[in-house]
Design a protein around this ligand. Structure first.
Ligand SMILES: Cc1cc2nc3c(=O)[nH]c(=O)nc-3n(C[C@H](O)[C@H](O)[C@H](O)COP(=O)(O)OP(=O)(O)OC[C@H]3O[C@@H](n4cnc5c(N)ncnc54)[C@H](O)[C@@H]3O)c2cc1C
Length: 370
Protein backbone atom coordinates (compact mmCIF):
# COMPACT_ATOMS: atom_id res chain seq x y z
CA UNK A 1 0.00 0.00 0.00
CA UNK A 2 1.29 3.51 -0.87
CA UNK A 3 2.11 5.51 2.28
CA UNK A 4 0.05 8.60 3.13
CA UNK A 5 2.30 11.67 3.31
CA UNK A 6 1.27 14.23 5.92
CA UNK A 7 2.63 17.65 5.08
CA UNK A 8 0.29 19.88 7.05
CA UNK A 9 1.14 20.89 10.58
CA UNK A 10 -0.54 18.31 12.84
CA UNK A 11 -2.08 19.77 16.00
CA UNK A 12 -0.33 18.75 19.19
CA UNK A 13 -1.55 16.48 21.94
CA UNK A 14 -0.80 15.99 25.62
CA UNK A 15 0.99 12.66 25.24
CA UNK A 16 4.43 11.41 24.37
CA UNK A 17 3.51 7.72 24.33
CA UNK A 18 4.93 5.58 21.53
CA UNK A 19 1.50 4.01 21.04
CA UNK A 20 -1.85 5.82 20.98
CA UNK A 21 -5.25 4.13 20.78
CA UNK A 22 -8.04 6.47 19.69
CA UNK A 23 -11.31 5.21 21.19
CA UNK A 24 -12.26 3.72 24.57
CA UNK A 25 -15.16 1.49 23.55
CA UNK A 26 -14.70 -2.26 23.83
CA UNK A 27 -12.67 -2.27 20.58
CA UNK A 28 -10.07 0.24 21.81
CA UNK A 29 -9.91 -1.33 25.29
CA UNK A 30 -9.41 -4.81 23.83
CA UNK A 31 -6.47 -3.45 21.78
CA UNK A 32 -5.02 -1.96 24.98
CA UNK A 33 -5.51 -5.37 26.63
CA UNK A 34 -3.76 -7.22 23.78
CA UNK A 35 -0.86 -4.72 23.87
CA UNK A 36 -0.59 -5.03 27.67
CA UNK A 37 -0.40 -8.82 27.37
CA UNK A 38 2.72 -8.22 25.25
CA UNK A 39 4.14 -5.80 27.84
CA UNK A 40 3.38 -2.53 26.02
CA UNK A 41 1.04 -1.09 28.71
CA UNK A 42 3.46 1.65 29.87
CA UNK A 43 4.01 2.74 26.23
CA UNK A 44 0.28 3.08 25.53
CA UNK A 45 -2.15 6.00 25.89
CA UNK A 46 -5.88 5.67 25.15
CA UNK A 47 -7.43 8.94 23.94
CA UNK A 48 -11.21 9.24 23.68
CA UNK A 49 -14.07 11.67 23.76
CA UNK A 50 -16.12 9.19 25.85
CA UNK A 51 -14.61 7.02 28.55
CA UNK A 52 -16.07 4.17 30.67
CA UNK A 53 -18.33 5.66 33.34
CA UNK A 54 -19.81 8.19 30.88
CA UNK A 55 -23.40 7.92 29.65
CA UNK A 56 -23.71 9.06 26.04
CA UNK A 57 -26.10 7.91 23.28
CA UNK A 58 -23.25 7.69 20.75
CA UNK A 59 -20.99 5.60 23.03
CA UNK A 60 -22.19 2.25 21.60
CA UNK A 61 -20.42 -0.11 23.99
CA UNK A 62 -22.59 1.04 26.89
CA UNK A 63 -25.78 -0.20 25.28
CA UNK A 64 -24.74 -3.77 24.42
CA UNK A 65 -26.93 -6.68 25.69
CA UNK A 66 -24.45 -8.32 26.15
CA UNK A 67 -23.30 -11.85 25.36
CA UNK A 68 -21.64 -14.23 22.91
CA UNK A 69 -24.23 -15.44 20.37
CA UNK A 70 -24.78 -16.73 16.86
CA UNK A 71 -25.75 -13.22 15.71
CA UNK A 72 -22.46 -12.78 13.83
CA UNK A 73 -21.80 -13.67 10.19
CA UNK A 74 -20.17 -16.89 9.04
CA UNK A 75 -17.12 -15.65 7.14
CA UNK A 76 -13.83 -17.35 8.00
CA UNK A 77 -12.53 -14.22 9.77
CA UNK A 78 -15.71 -13.74 11.76
CA UNK A 79 -15.79 -17.38 12.89
CA UNK A 80 -12.11 -17.22 13.87
CA UNK A 81 -12.53 -13.94 15.83
CA UNK A 82 -15.66 -15.24 17.59
CA UNK A 83 -13.73 -18.33 18.63
CA UNK A 84 -10.86 -16.24 20.03
CA UNK A 85 -13.37 -14.01 21.81
CA UNK A 86 -15.16 -16.98 23.35
CA UNK A 87 -11.96 -18.42 24.76
CA UNK A 88 -10.78 -14.97 25.98
CA UNK A 89 -14.10 -14.31 27.76
CA UNK A 90 -14.19 -17.87 29.16
CA UNK A 91 -10.72 -17.30 30.64
CA UNK A 92 -11.80 -13.99 32.15
CA UNK A 93 -14.93 -15.63 33.61
CA UNK A 94 -12.85 -18.44 35.11
CA UNK A 95 -10.03 -16.29 36.48
CA UNK A 96 -11.66 -12.92 37.26
CA UNK A 97 -15.43 -13.67 36.96
CA UNK A 98 -17.11 -11.23 39.33
CA UNK A 99 -14.30 -8.68 39.20
CA UNK A 100 -14.49 -8.56 35.36
CA UNK A 101 -18.32 -8.79 35.22
CA UNK A 102 -18.20 -11.80 32.84
CA UNK A 103 -20.07 -15.01 33.73
CA UNK A 104 -20.97 -18.37 32.16
CA UNK A 105 -24.71 -18.67 31.46
CA UNK A 106 -26.86 -21.37 29.83
CA UNK A 107 -28.14 -20.18 26.45
CA UNK A 108 -30.66 -21.29 23.82
CA UNK A 109 -30.76 -19.93 20.24
CA UNK A 110 -33.41 -20.48 17.58
CA UNK A 111 -33.30 -19.70 13.84
CA UNK A 112 -36.58 -19.48 11.91
CA UNK A 113 -34.77 -20.16 8.62
CA UNK A 114 -32.06 -22.52 9.84
CA UNK A 115 -28.53 -21.76 11.03
CA UNK A 116 -26.88 -19.78 8.24
CA UNK A 117 -23.93 -20.95 6.12
CA UNK A 118 -21.18 -22.97 7.72
CA UNK A 119 -21.75 -21.50 11.20
CA UNK A 120 -22.70 -24.82 12.80
CA UNK A 121 -19.41 -26.45 11.74
CA UNK A 122 -17.53 -23.34 12.83
CA UNK A 123 -18.84 -23.32 16.41
CA UNK A 124 -19.83 -26.82 17.49
CA UNK A 125 -16.34 -28.01 18.42
CA UNK A 126 -15.51 -25.21 20.86
CA UNK A 127 -18.77 -24.07 22.49
CA UNK A 128 -19.09 -25.68 25.91
CA UNK A 129 -22.08 -27.99 26.51
CA UNK A 130 -23.06 -27.64 22.84
CA UNK A 131 -26.23 -29.49 21.77
CA UNK A 132 -28.23 -29.32 18.52
CA UNK A 133 -31.85 -29.34 19.72
CA UNK A 134 -34.11 -32.07 18.31
CA UNK A 135 -36.53 -30.74 15.66
CA UNK A 136 -39.59 -31.97 17.59
CA UNK A 137 -38.61 -29.81 20.59
CA UNK A 138 -38.50 -26.54 18.59
CA UNK A 139 -41.24 -23.89 18.85
CA UNK A 140 -43.59 -23.34 15.89
CA UNK A 141 -41.90 -21.56 12.99
CA UNK A 142 -38.35 -22.45 14.11
CA UNK A 143 -36.19 -24.57 11.79
CA UNK A 144 -33.12 -25.08 13.99
CA UNK A 145 -31.97 -24.54 17.52
CA UNK A 146 -28.91 -25.04 19.71
CA UNK A 147 -28.09 -24.84 23.40
CA UNK A 148 -24.66 -24.18 24.90
CA UNK A 149 -22.90 -22.31 27.68
CA UNK A 150 -22.39 -18.71 26.69
CA UNK A 151 -20.43 -15.85 28.25
CA UNK A 152 -22.58 -12.98 29.46
CA UNK A 153 -21.15 -9.56 30.21
CA UNK A 154 -22.34 -6.58 32.23
CA UNK A 155 -21.15 -4.18 29.51
CA UNK A 156 -20.76 -0.84 31.40
CA UNK A 157 -19.15 -2.54 34.42
CA UNK A 158 -16.85 -4.66 32.25
CA UNK A 159 -15.58 -1.50 30.51
CA UNK A 160 -14.82 0.06 33.91
CA UNK A 161 -13.03 -3.13 34.98
CA UNK A 162 -10.87 -3.01 31.85
CA UNK A 163 -9.87 0.62 32.48
CA UNK A 164 -8.86 -0.14 36.05
CA UNK A 165 -6.82 -3.23 35.16
CA UNK A 166 -5.20 -1.44 32.19
CA UNK A 167 -4.21 1.49 34.43
CA UNK A 168 -2.60 -1.04 36.77
CA UNK A 169 -0.57 -2.25 33.79
CA UNK A 170 0.69 1.23 33.01
CA UNK A 171 -1.81 2.36 30.34
CA UNK A 172 -2.69 6.09 30.43
CA UNK A 173 -6.17 7.45 29.65
CA UNK A 174 -6.79 10.95 28.26
CA UNK A 175 -10.17 12.51 27.46
CA UNK A 176 -10.00 14.49 24.22
CA UNK A 177 -12.07 14.70 21.05
CA UNK A 178 -9.67 14.62 18.11
CA UNK A 179 -10.39 16.58 14.95
CA UNK A 180 -8.22 14.31 12.75
CA UNK A 181 -6.94 10.72 13.08
CA UNK A 182 -3.39 11.99 12.40
CA UNK A 183 -3.48 14.30 15.45
CA UNK A 184 -1.55 11.88 17.72
CA UNK A 185 1.36 12.00 15.25
CA UNK A 186 1.79 15.62 16.36
CA UNK A 187 3.97 14.12 19.09
CA UNK A 188 7.42 13.11 17.76
CA UNK A 189 7.39 10.12 20.13
CA UNK A 190 4.16 8.60 18.78
CA UNK A 191 4.98 5.95 16.20
CA UNK A 192 1.90 3.80 16.21
CA UNK A 193 -1.79 4.78 16.30
CA UNK A 194 -4.80 2.46 16.45
CA UNK A 195 -8.03 3.91 15.08
CA UNK A 196 -10.82 2.37 17.19
CA UNK A 197 -13.42 5.10 16.75
CA UNK A 198 -16.40 2.89 15.76
CA UNK A 199 -19.20 4.83 14.04
CA UNK A 200 -17.10 8.02 14.00
CA UNK A 201 -14.86 6.47 11.31
CA UNK A 202 -17.53 7.39 8.76
CA UNK A 203 -16.86 11.14 9.19
CA UNK A 204 -13.55 11.52 11.02
CA UNK A 205 -11.04 13.44 8.86
CA UNK A 206 -8.20 11.16 7.82
CA UNK A 207 -10.57 8.17 7.77
CA UNK A 208 -13.87 9.22 6.12
CA UNK A 209 -14.95 5.66 5.37
CA UNK A 210 -18.15 5.79 3.28
CA UNK A 211 -18.69 2.03 3.78
CA UNK A 212 -19.54 2.67 7.45
CA UNK A 213 -23.13 3.08 8.61
CA UNK A 214 -24.88 2.88 11.99
CA UNK A 215 -27.39 0.11 12.72
CA UNK A 216 -29.85 1.23 15.36
CA UNK A 217 -30.95 -1.24 18.04
CA UNK A 218 -33.44 -0.71 20.87
CA UNK A 219 -33.38 -2.60 24.16
CA UNK A 220 -35.70 -2.64 27.17
CA UNK A 221 -34.29 -3.08 30.68
CA UNK A 222 -36.62 -4.91 33.08
CA UNK A 223 -36.27 -6.13 36.66
CA UNK A 224 -36.66 -9.92 36.57
CA UNK A 225 -34.17 -11.61 38.92
CA UNK A 226 -35.85 -14.99 38.35
CA UNK A 227 -34.50 -15.20 34.76
CA UNK A 228 -31.38 -17.36 34.89
CA UNK A 229 -30.65 -18.18 31.24
CA UNK A 230 -30.24 -16.40 27.87
CA UNK A 231 -32.57 -17.08 24.97
CA UNK A 232 -32.67 -15.69 21.41
CA UNK A 233 -34.67 -16.09 18.25
CA UNK A 234 -33.28 -15.02 14.88
CA UNK A 235 -36.15 -14.33 12.44
CA UNK A 236 -36.18 -13.16 8.82
CA UNK A 237 -36.84 -9.54 9.72
CA UNK A 238 -36.68 -9.53 13.50
CA UNK A 239 -34.31 -10.53 16.30
CA UNK A 240 -35.52 -11.24 19.85
CA UNK A 241 -33.36 -11.76 22.93
CA UNK A 242 -33.49 -12.14 26.71
CA UNK A 243 -30.16 -11.61 28.50
CA UNK A 244 -29.88 -11.43 32.30
CA UNK A 245 -27.26 -8.79 33.22
CA UNK A 246 -24.60 -10.34 35.48
CA UNK A 247 -23.93 -8.93 38.95
CA UNK A 248 -26.79 -6.43 38.62
CA UNK A 249 -29.89 -5.88 40.76
CA UNK A 250 -31.79 -8.46 38.70
CA UNK A 251 -31.81 -6.43 35.49
CA UNK A 252 -32.58 -8.36 32.31
CA UNK A 253 -31.89 -6.86 28.86
CA UNK A 254 -34.71 -7.53 26.41
CA UNK A 255 -34.41 -6.87 22.71
CA UNK A 256 -34.10 -6.34 20.04
CA UNK A 257 -34.15 -4.58 16.77
CA UNK A 258 -31.86 -3.88 13.81
CA UNK A 259 -32.41 -0.75 11.72
CA UNK A 260 -29.55 -0.34 9.23
CA UNK A 261 -28.50 3.19 8.24
CA UNK A 262 -30.57 4.67 11.07
CA UNK A 263 -28.82 6.95 13.58
CA UNK A 264 -31.81 7.80 15.77
CA UNK A 265 -30.86 7.27 19.43
CA UNK A 266 -34.39 7.87 20.77
CA UNK A 267 -36.34 4.91 22.16
CA UNK A 268 -39.95 4.48 21.02
CA UNK A 269 -42.93 3.08 22.97
CA UNK A 270 -44.32 0.96 20.11
CA UNK A 271 -40.93 -0.74 19.78
CA UNK A 272 -40.86 -1.31 23.55
CA UNK A 273 -44.31 -2.96 23.31
CA UNK A 274 -43.12 -5.17 20.45
CA UNK A 275 -40.01 -6.23 22.40
CA UNK A 276 -42.04 -7.00 25.54
CA UNK A 277 -44.58 -9.05 23.56
CA UNK A 278 -41.92 -11.01 21.62
CA UNK A 279 -39.80 -11.76 24.69
CA UNK A 280 -42.84 -12.91 26.72
CA UNK A 281 -43.63 -15.34 23.94
CA UNK A 282 -40.03 -16.57 23.74
CA UNK A 283 -39.34 -16.94 27.47
CA UNK A 284 -42.18 -18.47 29.45
CA UNK A 285 -40.70 -17.36 32.81
CA UNK A 286 -41.14 -13.73 31.70
CA UNK A 287 -44.81 -14.37 31.02
CA UNK A 288 -45.44 -16.04 34.37
CA UNK A 289 -45.22 -12.90 36.51
CA UNK A 290 -45.33 -9.14 35.85
CA UNK A 291 -41.94 -7.50 35.44
CA UNK A 292 -41.02 -3.89 36.18
CA UNK A 293 -39.81 -1.92 33.13
CA UNK A 294 -36.72 0.07 34.15
CA UNK A 295 -36.17 1.93 30.89
CA UNK A 296 -35.77 1.71 27.12
CA UNK A 297 -32.62 2.74 25.23
CA UNK A 298 -31.29 2.76 21.69
CA UNK A 299 -27.69 2.27 20.60
CA UNK A 300 -25.94 2.41 17.22
CA UNK A 301 -23.94 -0.64 16.12
CA UNK A 302 -20.89 0.39 14.03
CA UNK A 303 -21.71 -1.51 10.82
CA UNK A 304 -19.64 -1.59 7.66
CA UNK A 305 -20.26 -2.96 4.18
CA UNK A 306 -17.82 -5.86 3.75
CA UNK A 307 -17.34 -6.29 7.53
CA UNK A 308 -14.81 -4.80 9.96
CA UNK A 309 -11.78 -2.91 8.65
CA UNK A 310 -8.56 -4.15 10.21
CA UNK A 311 -5.92 -2.61 8.01
CA UNK A 312 -2.52 -0.95 8.19
CA UNK A 313 -1.73 2.43 6.66
CA UNK A 314 1.81 3.78 6.56
CA UNK A 315 2.00 7.50 7.28
CA UNK A 316 5.02 9.69 6.62
CA UNK A 317 5.09 12.69 8.94
CA UNK A 318 8.00 15.11 8.47
CA UNK A 319 9.86 12.39 6.54
CA UNK A 320 9.52 9.84 9.36
CA UNK A 321 7.54 6.62 8.89
CA UNK A 322 4.66 6.06 11.31
CA UNK A 323 1.95 3.42 11.37
CA UNK A 324 -1.82 3.77 11.59
CA UNK A 325 -3.82 0.60 12.20
CA UNK A 326 -7.54 0.82 11.57
CA UNK A 327 -9.76 -1.41 13.70
CA UNK A 328 -13.47 -0.60 13.50
CA UNK A 329 -16.79 -1.82 12.11
CA UNK A 330 -17.59 -4.48 14.74
CA UNK A 331 -21.36 -4.17 14.09
CA UNK A 332 -23.24 -6.27 16.71
CA UNK A 333 -20.21 -8.31 17.79
CA UNK A 334 -17.74 -5.95 19.50
CA UNK A 335 -17.73 -7.83 22.81
CA UNK A 336 -17.66 -11.35 21.38
CA UNK A 337 -15.20 -10.65 18.55
CA UNK A 338 -13.31 -7.64 20.00
CA UNK A 339 -10.38 -9.61 21.40
CA UNK A 340 -9.94 -11.47 18.07
CA UNK A 341 -10.08 -8.15 16.19
CA UNK A 342 -7.55 -6.68 18.64
CA UNK A 343 -5.19 -9.62 18.14
CA UNK A 344 -5.38 -9.22 14.35
CA UNK A 345 -4.84 -5.43 14.66
CA UNK A 346 -1.82 -5.80 16.96
CA UNK A 347 -0.33 -8.51 14.72
CA UNK A 348 -0.44 -6.05 11.83
CA UNK A 349 1.86 -3.72 13.79
CA UNK A 350 4.51 -6.33 14.65
CA UNK A 351 7.36 -4.51 12.83
CA UNK A 352 6.63 -1.19 14.56
CA UNK A 353 6.24 -2.89 17.95
CA UNK A 354 9.70 -4.45 17.50
CA UNK A 355 11.09 -1.00 16.67
CA UNK A 356 9.41 0.52 19.76
CA UNK A 357 10.79 -2.31 21.87
CA UNK A 358 14.32 -1.81 20.57
CA UNK A 359 14.35 1.97 21.12
CA UNK A 360 12.34 2.20 24.32
CA UNK A 361 13.95 3.02 27.62
CA UNK A 362 10.66 2.30 29.44
CA UNK A 363 9.93 -0.85 31.37
CA UNK A 364 8.26 -2.81 28.56
CA UNK A 365 7.91 -6.41 29.62
CA UNK A 366 7.70 -5.64 33.33
CA UNK A 367 3.89 -5.39 33.26
CA UNK A 368 2.95 -8.45 31.26
CA UNK A 369 0.49 -10.16 33.61
CA UNK A 370 -3.08 -9.01 32.90
C1 LIG B 1 -28.52 -2.72 21.36
C2 LIG B 1 -27.17 -3.33 21.16
C3 LIG B 1 -26.91 -4.60 21.64
C4 LIG B 1 -25.64 -5.18 21.43
N1 LIG B 1 -25.40 -6.43 21.95
C5 LIG B 1 -24.18 -7.00 21.76
C6 LIG B 1 -23.90 -8.29 22.30
O1 LIG B 1 -24.74 -8.92 22.94
N2 LIG B 1 -22.66 -8.82 22.07
C7 LIG B 1 -21.70 -8.15 21.35
O2 LIG B 1 -20.60 -8.70 21.17
N3 LIG B 1 -21.94 -6.93 20.85
C8 LIG B 1 -23.16 -6.34 21.03
N4 LIG B 1 -23.42 -5.11 20.52
C9 LIG B 1 -22.40 -4.48 19.64
C10 LIG B 1 -21.33 -3.77 20.44
O3 LIG B 1 -21.93 -2.95 21.40
C11 LIG B 1 -20.45 -2.95 19.46
O4 LIG B 1 -19.91 -3.81 18.47
C12 LIG B 1 -19.30 -2.28 20.19
O5 LIG B 1 -19.77 -1.60 21.32
C13 LIG B 1 -18.54 -1.31 19.27
O6 LIG B 1 -17.51 -0.78 20.04
P1 LIG B 1 -16.55 0.36 19.50
O7 LIG B 1 -15.45 0.45 20.49
O8 LIG B 1 -16.24 0.14 18.07
O9 LIG B 1 -17.46 1.70 19.53
P2 LIG B 1 -17.85 2.68 20.73
O10 LIG B 1 -18.24 1.93 21.94
O11 LIG B 1 -18.87 3.63 20.19
O12 LIG B 1 -16.52 3.47 21.07
C14 LIG B 1 -15.98 4.42 20.19
C15 LIG B 1 -14.92 5.21 20.95
O13 LIG B 1 -14.28 6.09 20.03
C16 LIG B 1 -14.25 7.41 20.60
N5 LIG B 1 -14.16 8.40 19.54
C17 LIG B 1 -14.89 8.45 18.40
N6 LIG B 1 -14.50 9.55 17.68
C18 LIG B 1 -13.52 10.18 18.39
C19 LIG B 1 -12.74 11.35 18.20
N7 LIG B 1 -12.88 12.12 17.12
N8 LIG B 1 -11.85 11.70 19.15
C20 LIG B 1 -11.69 10.95 20.28
N9 LIG B 1 -12.42 9.83 20.52
C21 LIG B 1 -13.32 9.45 19.59
C22 LIG B 1 -15.55 7.46 21.42
O14 LIG B 1 -15.53 8.54 22.34
C23 LIG B 1 -15.51 6.09 22.07
O15 LIG B 1 -14.65 6.10 23.18
C24 LIG B 1 -24.66 -4.47 20.72
C25 LIG B 1 -24.91 -3.19 20.27
C26 LIG B 1 -26.16 -2.62 20.49
C27 LIG B 1 -26.40 -1.21 20.00
Amino acid sequence: MVPTIVTQEVESLATNSSIVIVGAGIIGLDVAFALSERGFGPSTTVIAEYLPGDTAPLYTSLWAGCNYSGVSGSSEDQLRRDRMGYSHLAKLAAEKGHEAYVVRTPSIEFWDEGIPGNKLDGIRDYLEDFVVLPTESLPDGVKSGISFTTLTINAPKHLEYLVQSLKNLGVTFVRQKLSHIHTPFGSKETKLVFNCTGNASQQLPGVGDSQCYPTRGQVVHVKAPHIKYNIMRHGKDYFTHVIPRPMSDGTVILGGSRHPANSDTNAYSDETESILARTRQLCKELDQQPVEVLGAFAGLRPSRQGGPRIEREEIIVNDVKRLLIHNYGADGTGFQAGYGMATDAVNKAQDMLSEILSTSSSNIGDHMKV
